[in-house]
Design a protein around this ligand. Sequence first.
Ligand code: SF4
Ligand code: SF4
Length: 321
Amino acid sequence: MPDKKQLSDSDDAPVGPEPSAAQEIAARQARASDVEATIFDGVRDREGGVVQPVRLKASDRFSFRCHKGVSCWNVCCHGADVTLTPGDILALSRHFALRPAAFVARYAVPAIHAGSGLPVAKLLMTGKDGAGPCVFMDDEVGCTVYASRPVTCRYYPLGLGALKMKGHDQREDMYFLVKETHCKGHEEAKEQSVEAFRQEQGVAPYDLINRRWIDILMKMASWRSLGGPMGKDVSTQTKKMFYMASTDVDAFRRFVFESSFLATYQIDDDRVAAIRADDETLLQLGFDWLGNVMFNDPTIAMKQDVLQRAIGAAREELGGA
Ligand code: SF4
Ligand code: SF4
């Protein structure tokens, strides 16, 4: 994007681990192979030309400069495919002095993230079939939310992907340079590394907030590429909770404080106090919890008595002692 001026219903009870259980996860992990997934692409070739993404590392250099003198000024802010990360939703909500749910209702549309199949919010594009200008674009001013623009816009013409290698716990970020035929910024002489461009675009604070959310998208993409745990998808309820935690921290806060969540999970008093008031801390709790529910990640633990009761109930169901 130009460098100008630069589903939410929840049950009362927390959702427990997916029916996957440990054997299913182990079976899936045993089959795991290298997986890569696109997190943000924002790629839209409006002229029907060939888009050729080039994969880059943080130290790789590329030529690009966007400024008001380019003949394509603002073209990329029409019909753009901009996934809103949780960090974007918090920043843009604050920009408009709205709570996240009100911001999303006014300026976003629900969509399915291509790699993971999880529900996400995308930035509203105006016009028929969303082919018109971004809802925040002004012909004279350009991007009217520049200081709070989404990370996809900050990264453009880079896309962000993630790669997970077999046997590695951590994902690795990767970047791809997209040369769309309409974008004349690639013809400019300015050369920079991917890392320098990221710094210039101020993506670091967003990376911190979005890290666990991206992990979930990546893991889900990995599961899907393998047919899901034992061929199953995560439940609709879990997908709704993912969307709620990603787009509406107030609803997620009500869920935490008004359901049996705090009686179920071990969360220390300081963290409980923090999530009452701090949206970023609450987001991290949400993604820790979802990582546990969806993938059995050891990111949040049940209280011992709850765990013992669950084990007892499972034994009874299996006819054990
Ligand atoms: S928020 Fe909209 S107007 Fe601003 S850079 Fe992104 S697509 Fe363009
Ligand atoms: S198409 Fe490329 S050069 Fe033109 S305004 Fe958009 S990012 Fe800048």
